[in-house]
Write a protein that binds this ligand. Structure first.
Ligand SMILES: [Zn+2]
Length: 211
């Protein structure tokens, strides 16, 4: 696997550990965490820290030994649970979203395919397949988009993203991800609002594809 260079922002890992993220984002982060030792360690530390702090919150005053116990708890953090089994390029959280089945791609045109894994009030989660060297239509976001690379790579104005990398695109990012030349790029993407495509035809098709 290529070296992961784009990680989950710390505040997002904290929200993930606390279980407060919308489900589509939580799945992308779970999938990244299953591939990334650094973020997995951060989530584990966050969970221990959160638990230790909660246990100190009642009674309201923090005892003198609290700090020592907190660091002791961090030192004695339980070992990482055995990694769940994924299948091929799909980490376990993605296989779960796929109900254990291989993707059932829908053609979007231009060789681009997708499978919507979930779409509801919390946002949407989908797999995207971009042929090598192809770009997805330029779009901006009504909200936040997290994209995790599962195969191949893509690049856009924000940089280059290989397997395991996550792009965090806020609503001010207007980008056109292009797949690398080596192999088709397969990504897992979560949004909390519909994408806003620029070109007329993709905009007309948007309700059909629910992207
Ligand atoms: Zn990471």
């Amino acid at each position: 696997m290529s070296k992961i260079t784009h990680h989950i922002p710390e505040e997002m890992l904290r929200a993930y550990a606390a279980g407060t993220l919308p489900q589509p984002f939580a799945v992308v982060i779970a999938a990244h965490v299953s591939l990334c030792d650094a973020c997995r360690a951060a989530v584990e530390a966050e969970s221990v820290l959160g638990g230790a702090l909660l246990s100190e919150l009642s009674p309201a005053t923090v005892s003198e030994g609290a700090r020592d116990r907190l660091f002791a708890a961090l030192d004695s953090a339980p070992p990482a649970p055995p990694q769940q089994r994924g299948s091929g390029i799909f980490p376990a959280p993605v296989m779960e979203a796929l109900s254990g089945q291989p993707p059932r791609w829908k053609m979007l045109g231009g060789g681009i395919r997708q499978q919507i894994l979930s779409a509801d009030g919390e946002g949407s989660l989908r797999l995207l397949y971009i042929p090598r060297g192809r770009a997805v239509p330029e779009h901006s976001h009504g909200g936040l988009e997290l994209t995790l690379v599962l195969q191949g790579s893509f690049s856009d104005c924000e940089g280059q993203f290989g397997v395991g990398d996550v792009e965090v695109a806020h609503d001010d990012v207007d980008h056109q991800p292009m797949a690398g030349d080596a192999e088709p790029c397969i990504c897992l993407a979560a949004t909390d609002a519909p994408l806003r495509f620029r070109a007329m035809i993709p905009r007309l098709l948007q309700p059909l594809f629910r992207i």
